[in-house]
Design a protein around this ligand. Structure first.
Ligand code: ATP
Ligand code: MG
Length: 261
């Protein structure tokens, strides 16, 4: 029997990269052999299924939260072997959903699971707070800008108010520009550890368009490497850094300078 970790991926501010992080971290954990489920709890504006090409799934979290279906029928095999619990995109589906039923639905999911990652909605409405409350740990996804910090801080406070804890933050879309907040500044403002820095990477958007996680479609692109590194750290293993083209260039130039062509 496993001791499952329930991790809610939250932010406060919209569009910081929660859904992308849930899809890629979940897939990366599954590729490492961990029994992983990703669940879309953004019941009003769901899009996890959209970026995974699973939007045609008939039974989703909406039907489960409406009491019309069993969660077992809303579990689908996704990329890399990750199990996906998608959420519908219709307004009527949202209206009939009762977010209070999430905790009960999770009991079944946790059987035989090592990681359950929950994609939370932006904001702190009732549907946003419940995913914080049911988590063992909350990971904040923030961008290196001040508006993202203010909202993440409110989410951190709310997480603690509902009896959960923030275990760290993912600093996403880092451009390493002078105007960007640094990792240390973000850690100081939020009072949490940065678990990983995910660089700005055009491959992220392309992968979403191709409905395949970047860790599968473009595993050696900068953002994919960062997600794979984070997943490896989460399971307590050492990440074997792939040789990037630039490093390869430096190494081969060095070898050539000694031994000639
Ligand atoms: N590291 C990155 N580099 C470039 N683009 C990124 C990166 N991470 C996310 N994006 C892009 O940012 C946009 C928002 O990402 P995503 O949908 O994951 O955010 P979200 O926090 O789930 O949004 P919402 O609050 O609306 O649910 C998407 O177009 C996505 O492709
Ligand atoms: Mg989202």
């Amino acid at each position: 029997m496993y001791n499952p970790r329930v991790i809610t991926i939250a932010s406060g501010k919209g569009g910081t990269g929660k859904t992308t992080a849930t899809a890629n971290l979940g897939t990366a954990l599954a590729l490492l052999g961990k029994k992983t489920i990703i669940l879309d709890a953004d019941i009003a504006m769901a899009n996890l299924a959209l970026i995974l090409g699973m939007e045609k799934s008939r039974i989703t979290l909406h039907e489960v939260l409406a009491g019309e279906a069993d969660i077992k029928d809303a579990m689908y095999k996704g990329p890399g072997g990750v199990i996906v619990v998608p959420c519908g995109v219709s307004l009527s589906g949202f209206q009939k959903s009762n977010p209070e039923k999430l905790q009960d639905a999770m009991i079944e999911l946790l059987k035989g699971t090592e990681f359950l990652l929950i994609d939370a909605p932006a904001g702190l409405s009732r549907d946003g707070v419940i995913p914080l409350a049911v988590a063992d740990e909350v990971v904040l996804v923030v961008n290196p800008e001040i508006s993202s910090m203010a909202d993440a801080l409110k989410t951190k406070i709310m997480t603690e108010m509902v009896g959960s804890r923030v275990s760290g933050a993912i600093l996403n879309r880092a451009n390493f520009e002078k105007t960007d907040l640094s990792m240390r500044e973000v850690e100081k403002i939020l009072g949490v550890k940065i678990l990983e820095i995910i660089p700005e990477d055009p491959e992220v958007r392309r992968s979403a368009a191709f409905k395949t996680p970047i860790v599968i479609r473009s595993e050696d692109s900068p953002a994919a490497i960062a997600y794979r590194r984070l997943a490896t750290k989460m399971i307590g293993e050492e990440f074997a850094e792939p040789e990037t083209e630039r490093e390869e260039g430096v190494v081969s130039r060095f070898v050539r300078s000694i031994f000639g062509e």
